[in-house]
Design a protein around this ligand. Structure first.
Ligand code: NAI
Ligand code: PHE
Length: 357
C-alpha cells in the first residue's frame, strides 16, 4: 500500500518536488515547482514547524499552486513555486543561519529553476543570508543589500484596492470611510493595511495573538483589538484574513457576520467547498491570489523591471482592480463562485502566456 507521502507526491499535478533532509538541524527542505509555463518558478520561503513531513509537503504543494495562479493574474513572466523549511521547534539562531545558507546553496544548484523571496517565518534579513549562497535567485533582500525590502506594504496596497472593488459591488461606492473592517493578523501585511485603513477613515478593529504585534499596532494607531477567537463573530462590512491559511472552513464560515472577505493570507479556504459555503451565505469572497499579488509584483517589478516604489504601488492597485472586477463580473453573470471565476481568468492567461512563450 502506498504511504501518505507517496500519495501526495504521485497525486500532485505540479512539475517537481525537491526534498532534502538537513542533517545538522534535522530540518526538511521542500521545494515545490508547480508550473514553469510562464517562466522560472517564483515563490516565497516559509519557515515553520510542522506536525509531519507530509504536512510540510502538502503545504508547499498548495502554496506553489497558488503562486502559479498569482503570477498568471499579475501578468508577470514567472511560474509558481514555493519552498518550505520544516524546522524543529526551538531552532537556535546560529543553526537557523547555517540552514539558510545550505538552503541558498540548493537554490543556486537549481540554477534559476526556482527563485525565492520572503514568506511567513522569514524576513528580508533572512533573504540577505540566503543570498550569500543563493544569489542571484533571491528577491526581497534588505535595501542595504540591494533588495527592495519587506513586501508586506505592497501587498497591503493590493488588498486595499480589492476592498474598494468589493465595496463598490456591495454598496455602490468604493469609499472605505466609515466601513467596518476586521483585520485578522497585524504582521508584515496586516499592520500596513491597518495604517492604510486608518488613513481612509475606515472603522477598523484587529486581532493578533502575539502581544508584540498587537501592542505595536494598538500603540501606533490607537485602533481597538479583539480576542483572536472572536474575530470571526464580529459584525462588519469586510473581514480581512491576513494571518494563516485555511481560516475559512466549515466551522468558521457559519460564524461570519461580514458582507465580504478580502485579505492577504494564502490559501484562505480549507477546501473548495468553502467557496460554495461563502456563496450560499451571500458573502462576497475576493480570491486570495487575486488580491495578494502586490508583494510578488513589487519584488519582481522593482528588482527586475526597474519600477519605482510609487510605480509599483500604482500598478498593483490597477492590476487588482482590473482582475477582481473581471472575476466578480464572471461570477455574477454565470452564477459560479468567485473562486471558479478566478481560476478561469488565471487559466486563460496561462494558456495565452504559454502559447506566446
Ligand atoms: P507575518 O508572519 O508577518 O504576520 C502574520 C501575523 O498574524 C502575526 O503577527 C501573527 O501573530 C498573526 N496571527 C497568527 N495567528 C493568528 C490568529 N489566529 N489570529 C490573528 N492573528 C494571528 O505574515 P505576513 O507576511 O503579514 O503574511 C500574512 C499572510 O499573508 C500569510 O498567509 C502570507 O502567506 C500572506 N502573504 C504575505 C505576503 C507578503 O508580502 N508578506 C504576500 C502575499 C501573501
Ligand atoms: N510570499 C509572498 C507571496 O506569497 C511574496 C513573494 C512573492 C515572495 C513571490 C517571493 C516571490 O506572494
Amino acid at each position: 500500500m502506498a504511504s501518505r507521502l507517496e500519495d501526495l507526491l504521485q497525486g500532485w499535478d505540479g512539475e517537481e518536488i525537491i526534498l532534502r533532509h538537513d542533517l545538522p538541524t534535522n530540518a526538511w527542505i521542500v521545494v515545490a515547482i508547480h508550473s514553469t509555463r510562464l517562466g522560472p518558478a517564483g515563490g516565497g520561503t516559509r519557515m515553520k514547524s510542522y506536525p509531519s513531513l507530509e504536512a510540510a509537503v502538502e503545504d508547499a504543494q498548495r502554496l506553489a499552486e497558488g503562486m502559479t495562479y498569482k503570477f498568471a493574474v499579475s501578468d508577470l513572466p514567472r511560474g509558481g513555486g514555493k519552498a518550505v523549511l520544516a524546522v524543529p521547534s526551538g531552532l537556535r539562531d546560529a543553526d537557523r543561519a547555517s540552514l539558510l545558507r545550505r538552503y541558498g546553496a540548493l537554490i543556486a544548484q537549481l540554477g534559476g529553476l526556482y527563485q525565492t523571496g520572503p514568506d511567513v517565518g522569514t524576513t528580508a534579513d533572512d533573504m540577505d543570508v540566503i543570498a550569500e549562497t543563493g544569489a542571484p535567485y533571491v528577491f526581497g533582500r534588505t535595501p542595504a543589500h540591494g533588495g527592495s525590502g519587506d513586501s508586506g506594504p505592497a501587498t497591503a496596497v493590493g488588498v486595499l484596492a480589492g476592498m474598494r472593488v468589493a465595496c463598490e459591488r456591495l454598496f455602490g461606492a468604493g469609499a472605505l470611510a466609515g466601513r467596518r473592517v476586521v483585520v485578522q493578523g497585524a504582521g508584515s501585511v496586516g499592520l500596513p493595511l491597518l495604517r492604510l485603513l486608518v488613513e481612509e477613515n475606515a472603522d477598523v478593529t484587529f486581532a493578533d495573538p502575539t502581544p508584540r504585534a498587537r501592542d505595536q499596532a494598538h500603540a501606533e494607531l490607537g485602533v481597538p483589538y479583539l480576542d483572536p477567537e472572536t474575530a470571526y463573530d464580529q459584525e462588519c462590512d469586510v473581514f480581512a484574513p491576513c494571518a494563516l491559511g485555511a481560516v475559512l472552513n466549515e466551522r468558521t464560515i457559519p460564524r461570519l457576520r461580514c458582507r465580504a472577505v478580502v485579505g492577504s493570507a494564502n490559501n484562505q479556504l480549507a477546501t473548495e467547498d468553502d467557496a460554495i459555503r461563502l456563496q450560499e451565505r451571500g458573502i462576497l469572497y475576493a480570491p486570495d491570489y487575486v488580491v495578494n499579488c502586490g508583494g510578488a509584483m513589487a519584488l519582481l517589478g522593482r528588482e527586475t523591471l526597474g519600477w519605482s516604489h510609487p510605480e509599483a504601488d500604482a500598478r498593483i492597485a490597477a492590476t487588482v482592480r482590473a482582475t477582481l472586477t473581471q472575476v466578480f463580473d464572471i461570477a455574477a453573470a454565470e452564477g459560479v463562485t468567485t473562486v471558479a471565476a478566478a481560476r478561469r481568468v488565471a487559466e486563460a492567461r496561462l494558456e495565452r502566456g504559454a502559447a506566446s512563450a
